[in-house]
Write a protein that binds this ligand. Structure first.
Ligand code: FAD
Ligand code: NAP
Length: 313
């Protein structure tokens, strides 16, 4: 029986592993279906992790030392996909791809979330080279420059507002003429002089060269007119997929409480509604979706696991 099963090996999972093992737990396994490191390994640079400031290092370089540190303190890693986490009496059963079952006293779920792609031409080719899904991460690269934002939900308008304090102009492209975002969010964005709205429009193409994105072609879906906008930053906010599948039972029902968007409801200790089950990082409610906060969540969850097990000794 494991003391703790950690599901997902991004910043939250790795930090949970570090704190759990260094905090004295002997039998902790992290299940990660790919290379440990998580989403940030897709990024060519990271500028906002405190104490880390090396422009020559990619997100992958940055995360490499995290796993070394965890494995040094005794975290075990299994390169396996988890299908399901279930509570049986006082412990958890972790079902792996292929059907193998592993028992654990506690579980910390850190499977993250992934921003959706909009599907326009050039989106994948220029992802990380001008096309971004994170204003907090990449907005500063466009200081005093114009940028384009795609989407009409709360995230798009909140992030457009954030960008408007850094960038010269923010062009919000939305496929309809009314926004999905909440009225106060729309009103606040509308009041900002350097946010401009382009309605009934989609991104037809993002284009550029080896240096990165050079501009976007915006198509008005009513007239068919195409506008060429020479912006080097394009932020896509068309929703998120929360990776919460492991928390569903055989009938597709969540084993713990989630909100209407499938984000796991936790308290300030990363406790879910199920005793002994914790969730950390991008999967949880109100996650800031940053490496530093995911790591913070992971440490909190692991410290709580240690207390939980001590109380039951
Ligand atoms: P994730 O990083 O998503 O890790 C989850 C892990 O769980 C993944 O490795 C996944 O393979 C694994 N997993 C999922 N399901 C299963 C399963 N069923 N079984 C086993 N394993 C599973 N943040 C910043 O602070 N600064 C930045 O500059 C920055 N830039 C970014 C650039 C890009 C391109 C992207 C995509 C994100 C960026 N972020 C940045 C955001 C940051 O990467 C995330 O907020 C952070 O990685 C979330 O950590 P996490 O551990 O919660 O989840
Ligand atoms: P969302 O509400 O699903 O909005 C996605 C937006 O992207 C919509 O405007 C949608 O257009 C557009 N879109 C989707 N696919 C597209 C495509 N392929 N091409 C172009 N546009 C596309 O996502 P979100 O803004 O990330 O929000 C997710 C949930 O979190 C929402 O329920 C939101 O209210 C909530 N949230 C709340 C807060 C807050 O309360 N402060 C902050 C952020 C998010 P249509 O409108 O035409 O469908």
């Amino acid at each position: 029986m494991l003391d703790c099963a950690i599901i997902g090996g991004g910043p939250a999972g790795l930090t949970a592993g570090l704190y759990a093992t260094r905090g004295g737990l002997k039998n902790v396994t992290m299940f990660e279906m790919g290379l440990p490191g998580g989403q940030i390994t897709q990024s060519s640079e990271i500028e906002n992790y405190p104490g880390f400031f090396d422009e020559s290092k990619t997100g992958l370089d940055f995360m490499n030392t995290w796993q070394e540190q965890c494995f040094h303190f005794g975290l075990k890693h299994e390169l396996k996909k988890v299908e399901r986490v279930a509570k049986h009496n006082e412990h958890f059963v972790i079902t792996l791809e292929g059907g193998e079952e592993v028992e654990a006293m506690t579980a910390i779920v850190c499977t993250g979330s992934t921003p959706k792609r909009a599907g326009f031409k050039g989106e994948d080719a220029f992802f990380g080279k001008g096309v971004s899904t994170c204003a907090t991460c990449d907005g500063f690269f466009y200081k005093d420059k114009p940028v384009t934002v795609l989407g009409g939900g709360d995230t798009a308008l909140e992030e457009a507002f954030y960008l408007s304090n850094i960038c010269s102009d923010v062009y919000v492209v939305h496929r309809r003429d009314t926004f999905r975002a909440a009225p106060p969010t729309i009103e606040r964005a509308t009041r900002k002089e350097n946010i401009h709205f382009i309605y009934d429009s989609i991104i037809e193409e993002a284009y550029g060269d080896a240096m990165g994105l050079q501009g976007v072609k915006i198509k008005n879906t009513k007239t068919g007119d195409i506008t060429d906008m020479a912006n080097t930053g394009l932020f896509v906010f068309v929703g998120h997929n929360v990776r919460n599948e492991v928390l569903k039972d055989e009938n597709g029902a969540f084993i713990c409480q989630t909100n209407e968007w499938g984000q796991v409801i936790v308290d300030l200790n990363m406790k879910t509604s199920v005793e002994g089950l914790f969730a950390a990082g991008d999967i949880r409610i109100e996650a800031p979706k940053q490496v530093v906060s995911a790591a913070g969540d992971g440490s909190i969850a692991a410290l709580q696991v240690i207390s939980y097990l001590q109380e039951r000794q």
